[in-house]
Design a protein around this ligand. Structure first.
Ligand SMILES: [Zn+2]
Ligand SMILES: [Zn+2]
Length: 271
């Protein structure tokens, strides 16, 4: 359900075309080699007198002042910097809700919940735990949510895929010859403190006690700090996580996230 947007000072500055953000997405940016985000042509560029030349100042009567476009252009630059280090897989970058085709009732439901969450953020109590069969769009949907939140709020967001590579990267920080030697704490700190974290492919990693421990510590830390976290998983958390750490992991995830299934177990799929 969509709620009516409240009147805020932003309504005086920006217009409905850019949804009162001053920024519009440029869907054809890749084909024509442009930027994915541009200042709104209706309410920002109409006032721009600097022609988009950094540092976006204008000179009038010998005085230098900010061009009216400056705040938005600086925000776009900040978003791009954050986005570049977010870790979102290249093939899922700059994708928005219109690229998520819900081909089941459950997927449509998940999309609605995700959209609602993005619209209300940061006034949301819980993150999401999206689970279902492989190929149901969990990674795409979580990437879209992260992209939307970074664009709308210019806040730090990270995307990590729980894989062999992920653990090897952390493991490398313990080996003296490695370029990342000694940075385990930095990586941990970053993951624990990012405003938004997507943990893709969270499952039951039974390969080693250390790997399990690493993941549980991360869940614990995000829980304690009340940080917004999204998980995707191929497994039903009620079953797969029930016995782990005496059910502590499941109970934390239930408190941190709304658990949403993307496909039923009898899903035949039309992907
Ligand atoms: Zn506008
Ligand atoms: Zn300007």
């Amino acid at each position: 359900m969509q709620t009516k947007t409240k009147k805020t000072p932003l309504h005086n500055t920006f217009c409905s075309y850019c949804e009162y953000t001053g920024i519009v997405r440029n869907p054809n940016f890749e084909q024509i080699g442009e930027e994915p985000l541009v200042p709104c042509p209706r309410c920002v560029l109409t006032k721009c007198q600097c022609n988009g030349l950094p540092p976006y100042f204008i000179e009038k009567d010998g005085m230098i002042s900010d061009c009216d476009c400056r705040a938005i252009r600086m925000k776009i630059n900040r978003i791009k910097t954050i986005y570049a280090r977010s870790g979102i897989d290249k093939k899922y970058q700059w994708r928005f809700f219109n690229s998520f085709e819900a081909n089941s009732k459950l997927a449509a439901n998940a999309k609605n919940i995700a959209y609602d969450l993005v619209s209300k953020f940061p006034d949301v109590r819980k993150g999401l735990f999206l689970w279902g069969n492989p190929g149901t769009g969990k990674t795409l949907l979580s990437s879209i949510i992260l992209t939307e939140l970074i664009i709308r709020h210019a806040i730090e967001g990270r995307f990590i895929k729980i894989s062999r590579t992920f653990f090897n990267k952390i493991r490398a920080t313990f080996s003296e010859g490695s370029a990342t030697y000694g940075t385990a704490q930095e990586i941990e700190y970053e993951l624990q403190n990012a405003d938004i974290l997507v943990v893709d492919d969270f499952g039951v990693q039974r390969d080693s006690a250390w790997e399990q421990e690493t993941l549980y510590n991360l869940v614990d830390a995000r829980y304690e700090a009340e940080k917004f976290t999204l998980f995707t998983s191929n497994v039903d958390p009620y079953r797969a996580l029930a016995d782990l750490a005496d059910g502590r992991v499941l109970s934390r995830i239930k408190e941190m996230c709304t658990i949403i299934e993307l496909t039923g177990s009898d899903y035949r799929g039309n992907l």
